[in-house]
Design a protein around this ligand. Structure first.
Ligand SMILES: *Cc1c(COP(=O)(O)O)cnc(C)c1O
Length: 465
């Protein structure tokens, strides 16, 4: 392909993109295909000769598009969102075009310096105190893994990387039973082990970790000769939005000299609103590591996960490695690849810069406020449906409900809704029962889209019953 052809196809694809987004709400939200349908349409072997772009694009429309679930659909109420605001997409096009690998300052100074400034813009937006620095990672899973590795190294006097874990005893990590599976996996792959992840019960309307049980578990572990290494708190758990009381958890960590990580992967975006900071974020000052995903609710295209650090040194002492071929001479600079597990890194900060400038924090705040308000409204509409029950009340823009009937009935309703295609929901469990999760957060959703969901649920339910 020459650059004139590239220019032609680039324009035609950007027109396609605008049309796609303008007509998205006419498509079923979830892909309506069976496993294997798409693969069956692809040739089993690669072509030896090149093919025309017309043919490739035609097959993209014909084969690939019917197999896509539309995350940018305004009636996507499943999981948590993966929003991609238009200015963020444009920034990604530029990043893709320049295609720099930004592992060191020297390999793209602008990428490093924009990242440093964007981390500080976000620090201010989330009202974290001065002094916090941070790094942009691909996912919250990677940020959490970095934090758990840091817990491990700190608790072993930074000898685990060198000596291995054979003589280190049982390192223990504490969290509530509402944490995301990425915390379990971080404990698996750091060698700490699932059995040393101590999951504690929750209390209160926001399902916060029981701090008495937390304190007692640490004391009992020390008595048993185990080595407490860290505490992981949550603001906005994935299942039902559980939020820990940040200040008392931090106090215990400080008394016990434990490293702290706060998982706010989803709810962190809402902390750009002062009223939500007040309500959910009190006591955040002092957490050693905090992760939130601008790629979920805020509007930065996937992938983009911000890890704030109170002090970068423990994580750098855990992850930094500098073979000769990565050494650069000259003034002291930040090399962000020393802060993370992968060496290679994309220029992810550009989309944050475009996003925040295009909307302003106020533009982003008003979307999040609307989502929270509309979630409360649609929750009331579902509560009013005959025989329906709200299982967990809205926390920010997430709540869960049940239709009349047993667990199988819940799954039948979810499946029927997703086959209907007008909305997209997923199931979960709470207190041993199957629930249907509902979250509002798609960037361009409207009140009408959200309220329509209650009508669709009633309609689909009445046909099932
Ligand atoms: C989505 C989510 C994660 C995982 O995020 P990734 O970026 O996909 O790794 C972790 N914790 C919580 C609370 C989440 O909502």
């Amino acid at each position: 392909m020459n650059w004139d052809e590239f220019s032609h196809w680039g324009k035609s694809i950007s027109d396609w993109a605008a049309d796609y987004h303008k007509t998205l709400s006419e498509r079923p939200v979830r892909a309506q295909t069976q496993p294997g349908n798409i693969a069956a349409q692809l040739p089993v072997s690669p072509p030896d000769g090149g093919e025309a772009m017309e043919t490739i694009m035609g097959d993209f429309e014909r084969i690939v598009m019917p197999g896509m679930t539309h995350w940018q659909h305004p009636r996507f109420f499943a999981y948590f969102p993966a929003n991609a605001a238009p200015p963020s997409m444009l920034a990604e096009m530029l990043v893709t075009t320049i295609a720099a690998q930004c592992m060191l300052w020297q390999t793209s100074p602008a990428a490093t310096e924009v990242e440093t400034v964007m981390i500080d813009w976000l620090r201010q937006a989330l009202d974290l105190p001065e002094g916090y620095c941070g790094v942009i990672q691909d996912s919250a899973s990677s940020a959490t893994l970095s934090a758990v590795l840091t817990m491990r190294e700190r608790a072993t006097g930074f000898t685990g990387n060198r000596e291995g874990l054979a003589t280190k005893g049982n390192l223990r990590i504490y969290c509530s039973n509402q944490v995301h599976s990425s915390i379990d996996r971080a404990c698996w792959v750091t060698g700490i082990g699932q059995d040393n992840l101590v999951k504690l019960p929750t209390t209160g309307p926001r399902h916060a970790i029981d701090t008495k049980a937390l304190q007692a578990a640490i004391v009992a572990d020390r008595a048993a000769g185990h080595i407490p290494a860290g505490i992981i708190a949550i603001t906005g758990g994935t299942g039902i939005g559980a939020c820990d009381d940040l200040a008392p958890v931090l106090k215990i960590a400080q008394q016990e000299d434990l490293y702290t990580h706060l998982d706010a992967a989803w709810a962190g975006s809402a902390m750009i609103c002062p009223e939500f900071q007040q309500d959910f974020w009190a006591g955040v000052d002092g957490y050693d590591s905090i992760v939130f995903n601008p790629h979920k609710w805020m509007g930065a295209q996937f992938d983009c996960s911000v890890q704030f650090l109170r002090d970068a040194d423990p994580q750098l002492n855990t992850l930094k490695i500098e073979p000769e071929y990565l050494k650069t001479s000259g003034a002291a600079v930040t090399n962000y690849s020393e802060w993370t597990i992968p060496l290679g890194r994309r220029f992810r900060a550009l989309k944050i810069w475009f996003l925040i400038r295009a909307y302003g924090l106020d533009g982003l705040r008003s979307r999040i406020r609307n989502h929270v308000t509309w979630a409360t409204e649609v929750c009331e509409a579902i509560r009013a449906l005959d025989g329906f029950e709200i299982v967990t009340e809205p926390i920010l823009s997430l709540f869960s409900f049940r239709c009349p009937g047993d667990d199988d009935a819940q799954q039948r309703l979810v499946d029927a809704l997703n086959e209907d295609g007008r909305i997209y929901l997923t199931q979960g469990t709470f207190a041993g029962r199957k629930i249907i999760r509902f979250q509002v957060g798609q960037f361009d959703t409207t009140r009408k889209d959200v309220m329509m969901a209650a009508d669709v649920i009633r309609d689909v339910w009445s046909k099932l019953a």
